[in-house]
Design a protein. Structure first.
Length: 407
């Protein structure tokens, strides 16, 4: 007997593998997974705890740091403004941020003495959303420019001057690559968040609340965790010498105060229920219930491969030192989401056009429009060494549980 096209016994394997291989082994403190299919919640399972010290059990309404799963939300905010005719993907970013008109390319040297070269073409809005802007991330640890980002705390929540400070700093730094030539994970979605502020005339957090979160009923998604919700907040860990150590403690979390920088690339917290509502909106072609955020054609545009020449990420990214929230082979990139292009090359069951992304603390989502399915996974271990393997296992086990395919 199947439920929403799944074999329940096979879905139980999904729970058992995560619980045994990852939670009971000590790789992660706890997990929560939701699967939405055929217009209903098809599966919900939880294991482990939200806090190791207090042994607080995982709960359905637990609040997590979603980090880079903020990026697709920022992209939707910008696409809402695009549909209103206020911004276009092929606009040069300098149309809105004049200081970006004079950006140059990194050619060597260190902070304070960079060697630069002319930039062959302007950075476009689409470059910010597909990570071909030439910007970078301090976490990449590849070059002297990455090191400069770390020293200057570029896009960190406590960055001095907030959004304006971020833009002012980036105006003074060279680009890592020429726009449009290389896929390089970056602070591009933080710049996109600033564009949302400029174009809408509203503070970024207010735009998100009024135009996305409230209409979709995402009541627990925000840049800050208020006092009344702190009993649901999960502790975030990191791995050191094979053991979990506290990175951000719920007793005195940095998320209890508004951040200096409302990061469009990684600043939000939220629940699995909230995020699956966002996924359902995309799955439904931009609408949820009586609320429409985007046209189906815009969602289609967002979730197709935008890499130049239709290439995959492996064909356009740097050869070493790359950070990614997805697998590489067989995967292209849309407007803030990875997009499956070649199943044989991924080596994982799935569907052409399925799109996904994850967060640095292990959170992950994928939508499969052809299978009418959304999957959200939550945990809280920062840069866990096996998080990409865990996501592979989730996808394999979810697709392995399908007994009625719509493709």
């Amino acid at each position: 007997m199947s439920t929403h096209g799944f074999d329940p016994n096979r879905l139980q394997r999904l729970h058992d593998v995560i619980a045994h291989n990852y939670v009971e082994s000590g790789a992660i403190p706890g997990s929560l997974i939701m699967i939405w299919r055929e217009g209903a919640l098809a599966w919900l399972s939880m294991s482990g705890v939200t806090d190791i010290a207090s042994k607080a059990p995982m709960r359905e309404d637990a609040i997590f740091r979603i980090f880079s799963m903020t990026k697709p939300i920022t992209a939707v905010a910008l696409l809402i403004l695009m549909e209103e005719g206020k911004i276009a993907l092929d606009d040069p970013v300098s149309r809105f941020i004049p200081g970006f008109a004079d950006l140059r390319l990194y050619a060597g040297g260190l902070l304070g003495g960079f060697i630069t070269a002319p930039c062959p073409r302007p950075m476009k809005v689409v470059d910010l959303l597909r990570h071909t802007s030439g910007l970078t991330y301090g976490i990449l640890n590849r070059t002297s420019l990455d090191a400069a980002y770390r020293k200057l705390k570029v896009a960190e929540s406590g960055m001095e001057g907030g959004m304006k400070g971020l833009i002012g700093t980036l105006e003074k730094l060279p680009l890592e690559f020429a726009p449009g030539e290389t896929w390089n994970y970056s602070v591009g979605l933080d710049v996109a968040a600033y564009l949302v502020e400029l174009v809408s005339g509203e503070k970024f957090s207010e735009f998100l609340q009024q135009r996305i979160f409230l209409p979709l009923g995402m009541t627990d998604t925000d840049f800050v965790v208020p006092a009344r919700k702190r009993d649901r907040f999960s502790t975030c860990y990191y791995v050191k010498e094979g053991a979990l150590n506290v990175f951000d403690d719920v007793k005195n979390s940095t998320y209890y105060q508004p951040p200096a920088l409302e990061s469009g690339g990684g600043g939000l917290v939220g629940t699995a229920e909230d995020y699956i509502r966002f996924c359902r909106m995309l799955l439904n072609g931009g609408a949820l219930g009586h609320t429409r955020l985007l046209s189906p054609k815009t969602v289609e545009l967002m979730t197709m491969n935008h890499l130049p020449g239709g290439r995959e990420m492996t064909e356009i990214m740097p050869s070493t030192g790359v950070f990614n929230e997805s697998g590489y082979a067989g995967v292209g990139f849309g407007l803030s989401v990875a997009v499956t292009q070649n199943l044989a090359r991924t080596g994982i069951p799935g569907t052409f056009g399925e799109y996904s992304w994850g967060g640095a603390a292990g959170t992950y989502f994928f939508n499969d429009p052809k299978e009418d399915m959304a999957v959200v996974f939550m945990s809280q271990v920062l840069f866990a060494p096996d998080r990409v393997k865990l996501r592979r296992d989730i996808r394999t086990l979810v697709y392995g549980a399908i007994t009625e395919s719509f493709v």
